[in-house]
Design a protein around this ligand. Structure first.
Ligand SMILES: [Zn+2]
Length: 168
């Protein structure tokens, strides 16, 4: 029986990420402290889960409350950042909300300094990303969702960004 905390957690979780249930390879598995060490969390089994490295780094030293918020924001189908989720082959327009947001955020990362600067160009960028298959209302709700998550900051017609950390 494995004794390292990571190995023990991998065993008890059946080798799956605690949050997205994706099978974890050794290189992407990391121990997440639910109450972060920086916030006084301990190393006991009850405070630790093994999950995708990308999510662990996104969580950083967020409070448990903030983490729960991130989890609830995914609305039932949790996808860790950087993971393409189960329906890789599905057309982009039929992906889940979280997958769409992930695609948009990845696209925004790629654009670097050339990100859209207005709500209007952001909406048309999103529309183009989905080959214009999304109804206008859905594009607006994706923009709203990005705003609600704090990824984009909308000030009148202008847009600035606070993208989550980039995942390789
Ligand atoms: Zn995961």
């Amino acid at each position: 029986m494995a004794t390292k905390p990571l190995d023990r957690l991998m065993f008890t979780q059946g080798g799956l990420c605690f949050f997205c249930k994706k099978p974890l390879s050794e290189s992407e598995a990391s121990v997440e402290h639910l109450v972060a060490s920086a916030n006084g969390g301990n190393n006991h089994h009850d405070n630790c889960v093994v999950c995708c490295e990308a999510l662990n780094s996104l969580f950083g030293s967020m409070s448990l409350k903030e983490k729960i918020q991130v989890i609830l924001n995914q609305r039932g189908q949790f996808v860790c950042p950087g993971s393409s989720g189960p329906s890789k082959s599905a057309s982009r327009a039929s992906r889940s909300l979280s997958e769409k947001l992930e695609l948009i955020i990845a696209d925004l990362h790629k654009r670097g300094a050339a990100r859209p600067r207005t709500v209007k160009t952001l909406a048309s960028t999103i529309s183009a990303l989905f080959q214009k298959h999304l109804p206008g209302a859905e594009v607006s709700s994706l923009v709203e969702e990005l705003r609600a998550r704090g990824v984009v900051i909308i000030d009148g017609a202008k847009v600035t960004y606070a993208l989550p950390p980039k995942v390789a």
